[in-house]
Design a protein around this ligand. Structure first.
Ligand code: BGC
Length: 407
């Protein structure tokens, strides 16, 4: 009986960072000076971001929600096109605004985790230099990073240069679904090379300005497994996994103070078309169109530990598009159960950030998918916490997952 009680409550490490996240273009509103807005105007996506969640004006309101949620960290991104609206010209009013945003979090004892680039490029940059495939972008990113660090570096607790480099590279250069809408493997390679270079340079700049600031990236990671066992297949799967999940980290070795992981879904390899299909643990999520596999987060964490045995690991995104808030509580519970299992096996997981605080602009899917712990009324912009908000609140406040709590 005693042992049962112990197992029903999973305690997380003492200094574990509980957090929640969102990004600039998805929430701020009126970001009309970047490549995504052009993309939206060109009719490439079902909705235009437009007012988004008006978080530019309503950030204090958002921070109150983060405080109420009881998490100690908040992940947000800076909009490059606001900070540097014209080439080489920095907007001091925008910088002051972001300083207020970061200070408002710190006043509430919430650690700001800042991403420098969450997918949007200033318009002047794409018009003159096109995008990441042009090598001149490395110096431009460096200058932007330098300015941010000089002006705001003191207010940041952890910095991510890039959010999920893999996605904008694949979708922007191979599939043509994100700007710049290319399908060109040569430009894909160039873009990837430049991004890796830009990360390394930015890392060094951050260290020169604030040595103690933890700096890295967060990558979109999947777990890869197969229904069919065989030596060659297994080799192939591990190769794909290494390329997808860990390539960026390995190519910029020495420039990561931690391993950042965003986990949503897993893949299963099969010997018929389509060779990779989304992995699904159907017993939990049978009703959903989307496929979820919480066990995959455990496998990704174990693999991260194998590849980078000495680095702390953060989950910077994990969440579900669930418009009626039907499965989110379960989604959180099952993923945290697997994260805890990895911690018990010695994986140094230092934090978990849920995606997202608000229902927001979901890139190529517009406003359809709802990832928020809070709903946003698209007319009044009022935020309303969902049931899952209160569920996650209990976990974060108690630093413990109660397996017996109702979901
Ligand atoms: C991105 C977010 C996005 C989320 C849900 C992540 O890959 O970083 O910006 O909203 O997935 O699709």
């Amino acid at each position: 009986m005693k042992q049962f009680t112990k197992l029903a409550k999973l305690k997380f490490p003492k200094d574990f960072w509980w957090g929640v996240a969102y990004s600039a273009h998805q929430t701020e509103g009126n970001n009309y000076n970047n490549d995504w807005w052009q993309w939206e105007k060109a009719g490439k996506v079902p909705d235009r971001s437009g007012r988004a969640c008006e978080s530019w004006q309503r950030y204090r309101n958002d921070h109150k929600l983060v405080e109420q949620l009881g998490v100690g960290a908040f992940r947000l991104s800076l909009e490059w096109s606001r900070i540097e609206p014209k080439e080489g010209q920095f907007d001091q009013a925008a910088i002051r605004h972001y300083r207020k945003v970061l200070q408002s979090l710190r006043k509430r004892r919430i650690k700001p985790v800042v991403t420098l680039w969450h997918w949007t490029l200033p318009l002047w940059l794409t018009q003159k230099y096109q995008g990441w495939h042009n090598r001149e972008i490395v110096a431009l990113f460096e200058r932007y990073c330098q300015k941010v660090m000089e002006e705001l570096g003191e207010e940041i607790d952890l910095l991510l240069t890039f959010n999920e480099p893999r996605l904008p590279l694949n979708k922007g250069y191979l599939v043509g679904q994100y700007p710049p809408g290319k399908r060109n493997i040569w430009q894909f390679w160039q873009a990837r090379k430049n991004m890796i270079k830009a990360h390394k340079r930015a890392y060094l700049i951050c260290k020169q300005i604030r040595k103690g600031l933890p700096v890295g990236i967060t990558q979109y990671c999947n777990d890869f497994n197969t229904e069919w066992n065989g030596f060659l297949i297994n080799k192939l799967i591990r190769w794909v996994e290494q390329k997808y999940n860990w390539h960026f980290f390995k190519r910029s070795k020495g420039c990561h103070d931690f391993i950042g992981i965003n986990y949503y879904q897993g893949f299963t390899f099969q010997l018929k078309k389509p060779f990779f299909k989304m992995r699904k643990e159907s017993l939990i999520f049978a009703k959903m169109k989307e496929k979820f596999a919480p066990i995959g987060i455990y496998e990704v964490l174990m693999s991260a530990k194998k590849h980078f045995p000495h680095q702390p690991i953060y989950i910077f995104e994990n969440g579900a598009s669930d418009s009626e808030d039907l499965i989110r509580k379960r989604y959180i519970k099952e993923h945290l159960r697997q994260i805890h299992r990895a911690i018990r096996k010695g994986v140094p997981v230092a934090g978990y950030f849920h995606w997202s605080l608000l229902d927001n602009f979901e890139w190529q899917s517009g406003y359809g998918p709802k990832f928020g712990l809070c709903a946003v009324d698209r007319n009044t912009m009022q935020r309303t916490p969902k049931k899952s908000f209160y569920y996650y609140q209990k976990i974060a406040q108690k630093n413990e997952l109660d397996l017996e709590a109702e979901v």
